[in-house]
Design a protein around this ligand. Structure first.
Ligand SMILES: [Zn+2]
Length: 327
C-alpha cells in the first residue's frame, strides 16, 4: 500500500517540496519558491510551510494522509533536536532555529531535519543511482558543494552530523575565501557561485565573451554575488565562448582533485555527481572524471564508477520524504 510523506529541499536559491510515495519514490505533487539570503528565521519557516501547502494542493491530498515531513537544508544541523544551527549560504541571522518543532506544531505530524546533501544521498541510495551499491559518495555541485557518504548501505553522518562536507575541504592553502569564512575550500573554486565569481571578474577586466549578450541585464561591476544559472553557462560553452570554457575547465579540474582525494581516502565503489550545473554542462563532468582517474591511486581510480545522479532535481525531496516518513 502507498505511504506518503512530504520532503522539503531548502537550498541556496530555491526551496522545493514534494509529496512522495515513500514505497516507490514517485513524486505525487510539488511546490517551489525562491529563497533569499536576506530571509530571517520566520520568513525561512514560512517558505517551508507555503511550499508544503502547495505540494499538498498539487497532489490533491490532505495533511491527514501524510506520515511525516522531512527537511533538508543547506547548513549545519543538529539532527537529534531537529535544529538548524547555522548556514553559510542562507541568512546569517538564522541560528539555532527549531525547524522540526515548528513543522510539528503547525501540521501535527512528525518531522525530521538533515543537511541537504545528506537527504540527496538518501534519495539516490533508496531510489536513484546508488540503489544497487553499498559504498558510494554523492557530490552535488550547486551554489555550494556538498557531499554524502554511504558506507555498507548506511549514510555516514559523523560525530556531529557534518560528515561528507567535501566542499569545505582545503585544496589551496591561503586560497580564496569560502562562503563559510574559511580559506582555500573546494567550494570557493568549483561551485556554481565560484564559477560565476570568476566569470564576472573576467568581464570586469574587459575579456570578450558572449555572456554580455546572454546576460544583458547584468552589470559585472555591480555584481551582487548571486550564482549564474546553469543554462547560461551551458549556452556560453556550446557557443565556444573561450572565457567560459577556461573558467569551467579550471573549476572542473579543482573538482577532480577534490574527488581524487576522496577516492584515495575512502576507496568508494561509485561516485554520484549531481546538481544543475553537472546536468547542464557535460564538460564539467568529463573533465572532473579525467582528473579523478589520473590523480587517484591506480587501483582505486580505475575501479571507481563515476555516474550522474539519477533523480535530478528530485533527489533531495525524495530523500527528505524518506526521513520524514521515518521520523
Ligand atoms: Zn568553506
Amino acid at each position: 500500500m502507498a505511504r506518503y510523506a512530504i520532503g522539503v529541499d531548502f537550498g541556496g536559491t530555491k526551496v522545493l517540496a514534494a509529496v512522495v510515495d515513500v514505497e516507490t519514490g514517485k513524486v505525487k505533487g510539488t511546490g517551489k519558491k525562491k529563497t533569499s539570503a536576506k530571509d530571517g528565521p520566520d520568513q525561512l519557516v514560512d517558505r517551508i510551510f507555503s511550499t508544503c501547502d502547495d505540494a499538498l494542493k498539487d497532489a490533491g491530498m490532505k495533511i491527514g494522509q501524510i506520515a511525516g515531513i522531512g527537511v533538508g537544508i543547506a547548513g549545519q544541523v543538529d539532527t537529534a533536536k531537529g535544529l538548524l544551527i547555522g548556514t553559510a549560504n542562507l541568512s546569517r541571522s538564522v541560528v539555532d532555529l527549531p525547524i522540526a518543532k515548528r513543522i510539528t506544531d503547525r501540521y501535527n505530524v512528525p518531522a525530521a531535519l538533515r543537511n541537504d546533501v545528506h537527504i540527496a544521498a538518501i534519495g539516490e541510495d533508496r531510489f536513484g543511482a546508488g540503489k544497487d551499491v553499498d559504498d558510494f559518495v554523492c557530490v552535488f555541485v550547486g551554489t555550494g558543494i556538498g557531499g554524502g557518504i554511504v558506507s555498507h548501505g548506511e549514510l555516514v553522518t559523523g560525530a556531529t552530523g557534518n560528515a561528507g562536507e567535501l566542499g569545505h575541504t582545503t585544496i589551496a592553502v591561503d586560497g580564496r575565501i569560502c562562503g563559510c569564512g574559511g580559506r582555500g575550500h573546494l567550494e570557493a573554486y568549483a561551485s556554481r557561485t565560484a564559477i560565476t565569481n570568476a566569470l564576472m571578474g573576467e568581464l570586469r577586466r574587459g575579456q570578450p565573451s558572449i555572456l554580455r549578450e546572454l546576460l544583458p541585464d547584468v552589470d559585472p561591476a555591480a555584481y551582487g554575488g548571486e550564482a549564474m544559472r546553469s543554462g547560461v553557462i551551458s549556452k556560453a560553452i556550446k557557443a565556444g565562448d573561450e572565457v567560459t570554457i577556461r573558467v569551467v575547465t579550471s573549476a572542473a579540474e579543482y573538482l577532480g582533485y577534490g574527488l581524487a582525494s576522496i577516492v584515495n581516502f575512502l576507496n568508494p565503489q561509485r561516485i554520484i555527481l549531481g546538481g544543475g550545473v553537472i546536468e547542464a554542462v557535460d564538460m564539467l563532468f568529463d573533465t572532473a572524471e579525467t582528473v579523478i582517474r589520473r590523480e587517484s591511486f591506480p587501483a582505486a581510480g580505475e575501479k571507481v564508477e563515476i555516474v550522474r545522479a539519477a533523480l535530478g532535481d528530485n533527489s533531495g525531496v525524495v530523500g527528505a520524504a524518506v526521513i520524514g516518513a521515518d521520523a
